[in-house]
Design a protein around this ligand. Structure first.
Ligand code: NAD
Length: 557
């Protein structure tokens, strides 16, 4: 008898076997989760950062103890090897470890320079948004749920996680881990399900949305978020170029370039998706890449120890995209040098040449174990083609001359550049990672990963306004000239601009004195208050000048 509850099946892509399922979140459960997390936020936000860190350390401990269980879930959900699953856990724990050490400093209240407003003290502190929705993809299912989750939590938010429907079992394991830390469990909810669940979560109006996924989904979520003015950060697709210059170590470029294309069966956002090789080294690079490609062993094993380099594609949709891109390229004249075969969801590592930018294979995200290689005349052409993309996530450059590679790197419209390696820059916990253009604008890793889940609240603290405080002077009617004088003194660009008002005042004072003397000598009386008001102005400017210098001195100390 049907219970009316929709379930999410878990399917092992290596053999097509269903190994379990989980009920999908209903509309009511989604609303309840957001509501509960909004209430729980009032408790979690008040916990000192050190207390949040203490709770996260318990999660860290549990993750390390559970590494085999987690790598098993990743292996079953995605077909990647247990070792690749372990690598995900490794980089997550490395990052969490760094963040726990540094979060108290990153999230501390900071004193800011007062500028001219030096009679008060000024502070700013990062405060959490509230309920953060974390919506995750399947390609690194553990990392891309866990990292935004613990970063948002450390920052003081409560979190609702929507794992990918393609990696549902890993989502269940995350739920178990969260429940395994009783001090954490009340502040996180996991909603299992597909895009419908993600869309309803966005509709329920969380206070911040963090999405890792395709550009297509990013556009949909952005539309809904914009209508309710919900802030968001997105990590989206990529089409990362690799550039091989004539002075590169060709053997290393071929070895790690193919690895960057084929690792995780090419299903990595910063995978090498297109290669530009300067013509003088093109042939040797291609030959070396063929040799390296032959060494990759596709296959699946649930064992801890096995020798496969890449597993299957993780689900059917990927196969359709790859077949479409390959057919389009072949129709337009591309040649497969090695690989190309697909058996079930297993695809042989593939090298393609004679490619150009009319092909989807060089323009759209393919997300498969394919390395298209294009011959270019020189460095300039490589840079131009690398930038000819809607995406801008990462890039890699191969050259023995680091200064030259750095110069090339500076001309690429991407968020990260890896010189003489591929993909591995993602693992560095403190190195900001994120894209430009359609790759999304979020930056993860390092301080920014935590502070992006906060807004600043600022404080200006002091006794009631003093009469000679610049803030009082500026709001007092009749101080136009005085304000202009202080502006010159404090912000003038040249020494002349700075002292101009004083010079003008002195000049005015002197000419007034002369005319008074003249009037006296003619037996007339000068207008009563005029000279005094001028000297008051000059004194005020000199006073302001002293105050400015005092302020600048205080600001520095
Ligand atoms: P996807 O966009 O299909 O799905 C991502 C998540 O969004 C899933 O949980 C899905 O259920 C949910 N979703 C789908 N429709 C939704 C909607 N209308 N509203 C709210 N949520 C919705 O992406 P995917 O296929 O799971 O992941 C692969 C993509 O992720 C690739 O494009 C890859 O480049 C990208 N990615 C980017 C990074 C990065 O750091 N830039 C990292 C990993 C993956």
């Amino acid at each position: 008898m049907s219970t009316g509850v929709e379930t999410l099946p878990f399917t092992n892509p290596a053999n097509g076997e269903q190994f379990g399922d989980v009920p999908m979140a209903s509309s009511e459960e989604i609303g309840t989760a957001v509501e509960e997390m909004r209430q729980a936020f009032e408790i979690w936000r008040r916990k000192p950062v050190k207390e949040r860190v203490r709770v996260m350390r318990k999660l860290q401990e549990l993750i390390i103890d559970s590494v085999d269980l987690i790598s098993e879930a990743i292996n079953l959900d995605t077909g990647k090897s247990r070792q690749d699953g372990m690598i995900e856990v490794f980089i997550v724990v490395d990052r969490l470890n760094q963040y726990c050490r540094r979060a108290p400093k990153w999230l501390a209240r900071k004193r800011v320079s007062p500028g001219l407003y030096f009679f008060n003290r000024h502070y700013t502190e990062p405060i959490p948004f509230g309920v953060v929705a974390v919506i995750s993809p399947w390609n690194y299912p553990f990392d891309l749920m866990l990292s935004p989750m613990f970063s948002a939590l450390l920052a003081g938010n409560t979190v609702v996680v929507k794992p990918s429907e393609v990696a549902g079992y890993t989502g269940v394991i995350l739920e178990r881990l969260v429940q395994g830390v009783p001090e954490l469990a009340p502040f996180v909810r996991i909603l299992h399900g597909d895009g419908r669940v993600g869309a309803e979560l966005v509709d329920k109006g969380p206070d911040f949305i963090f999405l890792t996924g395709s550009t297509t989904t990013g556009r949909k979520v952005a539309k809904v978020a914009a209508a309710s003015m919900i802030p968001y950060a997105f990590e989206l697709g990529g089409k990362d170029p690799m550039i091989v210059l004539e002075d590169a170590d060709i053997e290393a470029a071929a070895r790690w370039g193919t690895w960057g294309s084929f690792y995780n069966t090419g299903q990595t956002c910063q995978a090498v998706e297109r290669v530009y090789v300067v013509e003088s080294v093109y042939d040797s690079f291609v030959q070396e890449s063929i040799k390296r490609t032959q060494e990759f062993l596709p296959g699946y094993s649930p064992e801890l120890y096995n020798y496969n380099h890449l597993g299957p594609l993780t689900f059917e949709r990927q196969k359709q995209i790859i077949e479409d891109h390959m057919q389009d390229a072949l129709d337009k004249g591309a040649r497969v040098l090695i690989g190309g075969e697909i058996d079930g969801l297993f695809m042989a590592p593939t090298l393609v040449v004679d490619v150009d930018h009319t092909m989807k294979l060089m323009q759209d995200e393919t997300f498969g174990p394919i390395m298209p290689i294009m011959k270019v005349k020189d460095e300039d052409e490589a840079i131009r083609l690398a930038n000819d993309s809607h995406f801008g996530l990462s890039a890699s450059i191969w050259s023995r001359d680091h200064a030259r590679a750095q110069r090339v790197a500076e001309q690429l419209d991407v968020g990260s550049v890896n010189i003489n390696d591929t993909v591995a820059h993602y693992a560095v916990p403190m190195l900001p990672f994120g894209g430009r253009k359609l790759s999304g604008g979020a930056r993860v890793h390092g301080e920014n990963e935590i502070t992006q889940f906060t807004q600043n609240r600022s404080y200006s603290i002091g006794s009631p306004p003093l009469p000679f405080d610049i803030a009082t002077v500026l709001r007092q009617p009749g101080h136009y000239r005085l304000g202009v004088g202080v502006m010159h003194l404090a912000f003038g660009v040249t020494p002349q601009q700075r002292i101009r008002p004083i010079a003008e005042e002195l000049q005015r004072f002197r000419s007034h004195k002369l005319s008074s003397q003249r009037m006296r000598s003619q037996g007339l009386r000068a207008k009563k208050n005029a000279p005094r008001s001028k000297s008051v102005m000059a004194a005020a400017i000199l006073g302001a000048m002293a105050a400015v210098f005092f302020g600048l001195w205080r600001g520095r100390n």
